[in-house]
Each structure stands twice: as structure tokens, then as C-alpha cells.
Design a protein around this ligand. Structure first.
Ligand code: ZN
Length: 385
């Protein structure tokens, strides 16, 4: 229930952000039925779960005004520690009591929040600063604009964890850290994904893995856009890919319970900090990481890391270009490693791939592993989408 010290130096693993892994799970208080109940949105619930399990260390609850203001303006907590995105709970009015119960969408209380303060916030300013746009066609901005008008801050204690959608993949930061330690890994690269992994991303993860001890494939399984591939299908893809093409003793696949914010550059920083809490020393940042539409430049999510002092984040970003198979090089390549292009490169647009899969066609093996393509074809057929 209090902070648990993780002996980062003794295990050789990177220390959690801020130095200690937070644990905000605890016992159900006897008076929970008497408390005012606030029902959380799915994004807030996933933040709550992340707070409970320490993925958002050093945060112990929803942000107060001082943290919020400095995060929005300067990407730092009030303490000065880097932090890229608000983690806030929106409410209609200040609660009466000094504690409130937080409930899931069925109205069932799952946590208690110790009320610190309730404060006003400026949605347009938050949008402009965090999403770099005030356009409500942006899914993250749209969700922000739809929120209740005040933020409620306070430390949380979660007494009932949400049922994980993929129990076998539900490893908390303490569990991934224990797993890495058991395997004797010190340098681990984390890979964030919300898409099926085709050859291009297989290449990135394997190139990164060549330089470190282990790879954490860490698919995001919280809320995503309607048109993203459903988490269940993606998880099936990761399974067949890892089982067939990765050495089992070098890879851990685990679910990342966060919801997508589509905040592009700032979300890349946030994703990296979260993975540091899971024990990753390195983090893959591709082009347009966590982007949506054309709101962000291709390299914005990489360049934003320069806004911090070297080693301030501690976790090391590994920047990658788009990769593709080149027939003349006879290898996976990128613009950094291959002088060819045009017809030499096996490139398919996302739209083209979707079209092929929907028609039951297997894309070229240079683009997609047939095992992965088969999972996607089956999913498209079952869904009728
Ligand atoms: Zn080439």
C-alpha cells in the first residue's frame, strides 16, 4: 500500500521513475458504502489501474493543480521530474467529504480517493499544449472536450483491480522486473505497439534486440480508436509471430493496460517513462509514434526527446526509420541503410493491406509473415469488417 523500494542498483535493472515503484493497491475500507461515488470513464479507469500497479510511478493518484500546471506548460511535475501528459480525473463538482469512492462503468466501487483539491482547467490550453492542436476532429482532443469541467486530485487506493482482458499477459511492473531479473537481463528494450506486427516492425525489434539482453513486446490493450485492429486479434498475431520467429528466451510479451491518447510526441515520452517503470532501459520510437491523422511531423516524436537533458529520462530512446524489404539488397532495410527505392522496395499502404486481408489474400512474405496474415484474414472474416 505504501511505496515499495525496488533495489534497482542491486538487480542491475533501471530504477523506476523517481526512484521507487509505487503500489497503490490496498484493502477495501469498511465505510466504502457510505462514501460519495464517482463513476470513471474508461480512460480514467485505465489510468487508475496504471496508478495502482506502479506503471505511473512516482504518481500516487490523480494530479493536483501544481503538477498539472507544470506538466502542461513544461512537461515536468512540480518536483521538476520529467512527465509528459496530465493524469487527471474530471468531475462536475467538488465532493462533500474528504474521501470518495471511485466506481467502474457498472457503478461498482473499486477504489477510494483521498480528496486533496478540486480545480478548474482550460481545455483549449491543455489541447494546444499536449496535443499541439485544438481541432476537435483529433480523437484525444475530442475526448478532452467531452470531459467534465473540473479536475479532482488525490491519492488513490485500489481495492478491486479490473479483470485483465488477457490474464496470461497481465504482468505488472513488479512482475516484469522480477521476470527480467530471473532471466539475468539488465538491458531491455521495450516496444510499444497498437498494431499487428509485420516484417517492418519485426525488423526494428530484432535490430534493437541485437544490442541489448531482452525484448519486451508491450502491446497497448486499453482503449484505441474504432478503426484500429482489436486487441484480441493483435494478441493472436503477436503469439504466432513470437512462437515462430523469436527466440523464447529473449522475448517477453505482456499487455500494457494504458488507453491511447494519440498525443504523438508527448505520448512517446509518456510511453517511455511508463516502460522505464516496467524495467526497460531502452525504448523503441519509430516514425510518428502515437500519432493520428497528420497532426504531427514524422520525426516530432523523436525530436521531443531532445527537450530533456541527456540521461534525465534515464531510459534510452532508440529511433527508427520506416523499414521495408529491398529486393536488390535482399534484406529488410530503411532509408538509412539502402540506396534503392521504387520497385525494388516491397511497399504496401495500410489501405492496400487491409483490402487484401479482407479479400482473403495473403500479402507478400516480404511484407507480412503468412502466420500473421492468416490470423488477420480469419479475424476480418469473422467480424465481417
Ligand atoms: Zn536496397
Amino acid at each position: 500500500m505504501s511505496q515499495v523500494s525496488v533495489p534497482g542498483t542491486r538487480t542491475g535493472l533501471i530504477e523506476p521513475h523517481g526512484g521507487e515503484l509505487v503500489d497503490r493497491t490496498g484493502d477495501r475500507p469498511g465505510d466504502v458504502e457510505q462514501l460519495e461515488v464517482l463513476t470513471l470513464t474508461s480512460r480514467e479507469l485505465s489510468d487508475l489501474d496504471m496508478l495502482a500497479l506502479g506503471a505511473l510511478s512516482p504518481l500516487e493518484g490523480f494530479m493536483g493543480r501544481d503538477d498539472y500546471e507544470r506538466v502542461v506548460e513544461e512537461m515536468r511535475l512540480a518536483s521538476g521530474l520529467p512527465w509528459a501528459l496530465p493524469v487527471c480525473l474530471a468531475v462536475d463538482a467538488a465532493p462533500q467529504g474528504d474521501r470518495v469512492a471511485l466506481a467502474d462503468d457498472s457503478g461498482r466501487p473499486v477504489a477510494v480517493l483521498e480528496v486533496e483539491e478540486t480545480y478548474e482547467y482550460d481545455k483549449e490550453r491543455e489541447a494546444e499544449q499536449c496535443f499541439r492542436t485544438t481541432d476537435d476532429a483529433h480523437p484525444g482532443v475530442a475526448r478532452l472536450y467531452a470531459q467534465k469541467p473540473l479536475y479532482l486530485a488525490g491519492r488513490v487506493t485500489v481495492f478491486e483491480r479490473a479483470e485483465p482482458p488477457f490474464p496470461e499477459l497481465a504482468k505488472d511492473p513488479a512482475a516484469t522486473r522480477a521476470e527480467f531479473e530471473k532471466r539475468g537481463w539488465k538491458r531491455i528494450v521495450g516496444f510499444q505497439t497498437r498494431n499487428p506486427i509485420h516484417r517492418a516492425h519485426e525488423y526494428l525489434t530484432k535490430t534493437a534486440l541485437e544490442t541489448v539482453d531482452g525484448l519486451l513486446i508491450h502491446p497497448l490493450v486499453g482503449d484505441t480508436k474504432q478503426d484500429d485492429v482489436p486487441a484480441k486479434t493483435r494478441v493472436d498475431c503477436y503469439r504466432v509471430l513470437v512462437d515462430n520467429y523469436y527466440p523464447a528466451d529473449r522475448v517477453v510479451v505482456s499487455a500494457f493496460p494504458a488507453a491511447m491518447r494519440y498525443a504523438g510526441p508527448r505520448e512517446a515520452i509518456w510511453h517511455a517513462i511508463c516502460r522505464k517503470n516496467y524495467g526497460c532501459s531502452h525504448f523503441i520510437v519509430g516514425r510518428d509514434h502515437a500519432g493520428v491523422g497528420d497532426y504531427y511531423g514524422s520525426y516530432d516524436a523523436q525530436q521531443i526527446f531532445d527537450e530533456f537533458e541527456p540521461h534525465e529520462l534515464d531510459i534510452e530512446p532508440m529511433f527508427f526509420e520506416h523499414a521495408v524489404y529491398c529486393k536488390r539488397c535482399e534484406a529488410m532495410v530503411s532509408p538509412k541503410t539502402c540506396p534503392h527505392g521504387g520497385d525494388d522496395h516491397v511497399f504496401l499502404s495500410g489501405t492496400k493491406v487491409r483490402e487484401m486481408l479482407t479479400n482473403g489474400e495473403i500479402p507478400p512474405v516480404e511484407f507480412s509473415r503468412p502466420e500473421v496474415a492468416k490470423v488477420l484474414i480469419d479475424a476480418y472474416r469473422t467480424d465481417g469488417t
